[in-house]
Design a protein around this ligand. Structure first.
Ligand code: KIV
Ligand code: ZN
Length: 513
């Protein structure tokens, strides 16, 4: 019988720590629902002690999910643990995930504690968490740079206190696969009573080795992988869910292990994460990148036509790409839209459906076929974006080879309508200048990317921007069949996210700018 590897998803916690990737509660709830559909075993919904916003999101996710275990992260102290428990306790299957650093560097400079104090803190934290719930995970932050024997002692204390999962993080992405496998084996062999728990691994991608390290650890006995969709996360990100899952599926002959992931949900989940966070997936990203299944060289195309197995180790359908798409259009009614959205995981109230239906009709007037990617945008922009401080009401741009580019814009700012016009180097620059003037903001545009949301000349343009203002960084996303309008929407979305960060300093303080 093949063994099971548990998938612990931390897109909503470590993933949200990607610079500028903060999500609002409605967005987190939508993503959590999709992650449950994807089949993750554990969903780390947030760090409840970090902010009121995190607490609220974790509580709502805990109350909503039906099957998935919901974890709340907390440091190894009573106040944090209480906060995490308050947030997850209504889940059908709650979990407390507590952590403390174990490397000498962290002990000396960050915690200012000695080794014995850390062992006591780990034991007490797990014991206390265990008095609240049965499912307790313990993580040793910076484990890969910790003294091995000391690490095993800390893990032994956590197991003695009742931890059900022991997590071995490569917090700073420092490990090399063969070394990480050796460390994993060492921990399995030298930690007292290790057989009573599951060993988990949590890798960061600073050296581009997160997936390799995770697979190396699974190869020698780790049975839980901590991952994020698209590999988003702190700094260079975390191990990517889709890479680990598809590696186990594709190379089952070498690593005979299964996961509970419904792989055909991988691509829709990847799209949703990108849409909500505004972090685009690089085209050559393994599994979910736009080029992951594109064969360019003539020799490859020839081989593919003769037999796809010549150059294709996985089928795109396995991750939900090229799946038969139900297309909606301007003649589709409210009923068809509701059914489609329900299949995609949205259960909308009548009021929400009305909003989405109006936006859908507007889009269907401009675009013949409305596909799932378009509907995600309609829902994201229509109902998930609850904090719309700035809203685009009207945009007119004149540009061409013989006119000075000029934009006139109407915005509503917290409900109040304002209008203005300005010049620029091009149509987008003029729209951005006008919006900056009207909003009184002076953000710096760090990045601007345009791509097409689906195929065809009537595809919606998708624009992503990265803005910085007074040290805060936010991503913005906007889509529209008209690329200038999409650009304006992305800019305004970024400004709204900056406003959100200004109002939620705890979320802003977690940013690595
Ligand atoms: O990277 C890390 O060490 C973490 C822990 C909190 C598990 O994210
Ligand atoms: Zn981490």
């Amino acid at each position: 019988m093949t063994e099971r590897v548990y998938i612990f998803d931390t897109t909503l916690r470590d993933g949200e720590q990607s610079p500028g990737a903060s999500m609002n509660t409605a967005e987190k709830l939508r993503l959590a629902t999709q992650l449950e559909k994807l089949g993750v075993d554990v969903l780390e919904a947030g760090f409840p002690a970090a902010s009121e916003g995190d607490f609220d999101a974790v509580s709502k996710i805990a109350a909503k999910l039906e099957r998935t275990q919901v974890a709340g992260l907390c440091r190894a102290n009573k106040a944090d643990i209480d906060r995490a428990w308050q947030a997850v306790k209504h889940a059908r299957n709650p979990k407390i995930h507590t952590f403390i650093a174990t490397s000498d560097i962290h002990l000396k400079y960050k915690l200012k504690m000695d080794r014995d104090q850390v062992i006591t803190a780990a034991f007490d934290a797990v014991k206390y968490a265990k008095s609240l719930t049965d499912q307790v995970e313990f993580s040793a932050e910076d484990a890969s740079r910790s003294d091995r024997d000391y690490l095993c002692k800390v893990f032994g204390a956590a197991i003695a206190a009742g931890a059900t999962v022991i997590n071995l993080p490569d917090t700073v992405g420092y490990a090399i696969p063969s070394e990480f496998a050796e460390l994993t084996r060492y921990v399995l062999d030298h930690t007292p009573d290790m057989h009573r728990t599951i060993l988990s691994v949590h890798c960061h991608n600073d050296l581009g080795l997160a997936t390799a390290n995770t697979l190396a650890a699974i190869g020698v006995g780790a049975r839980q992988a901590e991952v994020t969709v698209n590999g988003i996360g702190e700094r260079a990100g975390n191990t990517s869910l889709e890479e680990v899952v598809m590696a186990l599926k594709t190379r089952n002959n070498y690593l005979p292990m299964t996961t509970g992931i419904h792989t055909e949900q991988i691509y829709p989940t990847s799209r949703l994460v990108s849409m909500i966070t505004g972090i685009i997936v690089q085209p050559n990203k393994a599994i979910v990148g736009a080029n992951a299944f594109a064969h360019e060289a003539g020799i490859h195309q020839d081989g593919m036509l003769k037999n796809p197995m010549t150059y294709e180790i996985m089928q795109p359908e396995a991750i939900g790409l090229n799946a038969n798409k139900l297309v909606l259009g301007k003649h589709s009614g409210r009923h068809a839209l509701r059914d489609r959205l329900r299949d995609m995981g949205y259960d909308l109230s009548d009021e929400e459906l009305n909003i989405v239906f109006t936006k859908f009709k507007e889009l269907a007037d401009k675009k013949k076929h409305v596909v799932d990617e378009d509907l995600e945008v309609v829902v994201t922009e229509g109902i998930l974006r609850t904090t719309e401080y700035f809203k685009l009401e009207y945009l007119h741009v004149s540009a061409g080879t013989s006119v000075m580019p000029m934009a006139s814009v109407e915005l509503s700012i917290n409900g109040r309508k304002v209008r203005g016009a300005d010049w620029g180097n091009g149509p987008i620059d003029s729209a951005y200048n006008t919006i900056a003037k009207l909003t009184g903001t002076n953000s710096e545009l760090l990045r601007f990317t345009v791509s097409a949301l689906s195929g065809g000349t009537d595809a919606q343009g998708e624009v992503t921007v990265r803005l910085r203002e007074n040290g805060l960084v936010a991503l913005g996303r906007g889509s529209d069949p008209d690329i200038i309008t999409a650009s304006a929407k992305a800019y305004i979305n970024g400004l709204n996210r900056l406003e959100y960060l200004k109002a939620h300093p705890m979320q802003a303080s977690q940013q690595t700018v």
